[in-house]
Ligand binder design. Structure first.
Ligand code: PMP
Length: 374
């Protein structure tokens, strides 16, 4: 198998897995409990939390553990909307967001919130002038991802944060799920940050929401007290420990891995450029881990099936949006329905080997020739 879908999921690092097993064996008590075992578990969560805050340089944030970035995005968006509904009901986002952001916004829209989508420029980045035009005194939230999962475009987050900061009633939420552990990130002036360790060799079924201390969310899961007011239920002690370690391991090798992935992406683009019907949908602002492309005239599903028959794993849109409608993100950035229909995503990491990429190119060549011949 040639796995080129690391933006969807990554294998768990063995050190992370070891720690996960260890914590489950030695600190299995419920961290909400008041006996010794509970206190030990609580202490482990506290240590993991401190490590995460230090690694991400966000000492004033609260760390809320969730079941995934999907839940963290729901909590951030609905939590702000419901808690600050008397202040305003206007929210700004983009059409490049993950389904858990766009779905939360759609739900809020159905109960009377006003949602505006800021324009995206041809290079895939947010139009800051348009954001300046849209934002107003009753805007309570701007939610924009750091890097989108389909095209991998990295947004100018510090510039957006500066615009939002001029509006005291407005909070800034960043879904950084495709950025954390992959590229250097800057979290100044951001009120809420989402990420998910299974994107950086941590556990699946685990997510994190960083929340600035001054912000209050309406919890979305009710019943029982917990280590966090915002997330009731038995805390996932081993998950918290494993997340902190996964982050630590990635951050220690961030620059080196980024360089490795850049070299692989450059090589791949060079090879693929030789095919006249290949168009790259990821722009120059994309992180090297994600390469979105179209083989013009060939539906994405047909290309994916041909690759999949030969044991190559790539994805169409993202793993969370696999319906057969054309990609909204690709349509927005390229303006072409045909490219949107034929777009698919290769995603790389430092584990991707040169021989895998060479083998991929051989298979790609075969599929390209058979699917484009008249
Ligand atoms: N946001 C983005 C940008 C993502 O790529 C994903 C995963 N596809 C999510 C949120 C949801 O993550 P999780 O699987 O942890 O719910």
């Amino acid at each position: 198998m040639i796995y080129l879908d690391y933006a969807a999921d990554t294998p768990v690092d063995v050190q992370v897995l070891d720690l996960f097993c260890q914590i489950n064996q030695v600190a299995f008590g419920n961290a909400n409990g008041t006996h010794l075992s509970g206190k030990n578990a609580k202490q482990l969560i506290k240590q993991a939390t401190i490590k995460i805050k230090n690694l991400l340089n966000c000492s004033t944030s609260e760390v809320i553990y969730t079941s995934g970035a999907t839940e963290a995005n729901n909590l951030a968006i609905k939590g702000v909307a419901r808690n600050y509904r008397e202040v305003g009901r206007h929210i700004i986002s983009t059409c490049l967001e993950h389904a858990s952001v766009s779905g939360s916004l759609k739900q809020l829209q159905s109960i009377g919130y006003e949602i505006d989508l800021v324009s995206i420029r041809k290079d895939g980045t947010v139009d800051l002038d348009h954001l300046n035009e849209l934002i107003r005194e009753d805007t309570i939230l701007v939610s924009i991802n750091y890097v989108d999962s389909e095209l991998g475009i990295c947004q100018p987050i510090p510039s957006i944060a500066t615009i939002v900061a001029a509006y005291p009633n407005c909070f800034f939420h960043v879904d950084a799920t495709q950025a954390v552990g992959k590229i250097p990130i800057h979290l100044d002036q951001i009120d809420l940050v989402t990420f998910s360790p299974h994107k950086f060799f941590g556990l699946n079924g685990m997510g994190v929401l960083l929340k600035s201390e001054s912000l209050i969310l309406e919890p979305q899961i009710h019943g029982g007290t917990s280590t966090s007011y915002y997330r009731s239920g038995t805390p996932f002690t081993a998950g918290a420990g494993a997340t902190a370690l996964a982050l630590e391991l990635c951050m220690a090798e961030l620059k080196e891995r980024l360089t490795q992935v850049t070299v692989k992406n450059d090589w791949l683009k060079k090879q693929l450029s030789a095919y006249p019907l290949v168009a790259f949908n990821s722009t120059g602002h994309a992180i090297p881990h994600i390469l979105n492309l179209s083989v013009k005239g060939v539906k994405a599903q047909a290309f994916q099936a041909a690759l999949s028959d030969r044991k190559v794993c790539i994805s169409i849109k993202s793993a969370c949006s696999t319906d057969s409608t054309p990609s909204r993100s690709v349509l927005t950035v390229t303006g072409s329905r045909d490219l949107a229909r034929s777009s698919w995503r290769i995603s790389l990491c430092h584990l991707t080997t040169d021989s895998e990429l060479q083998e991929f190119m051989d298979i790609f060549d075969y599929c390209y020739k058979s699917l484009t011949k008249k």
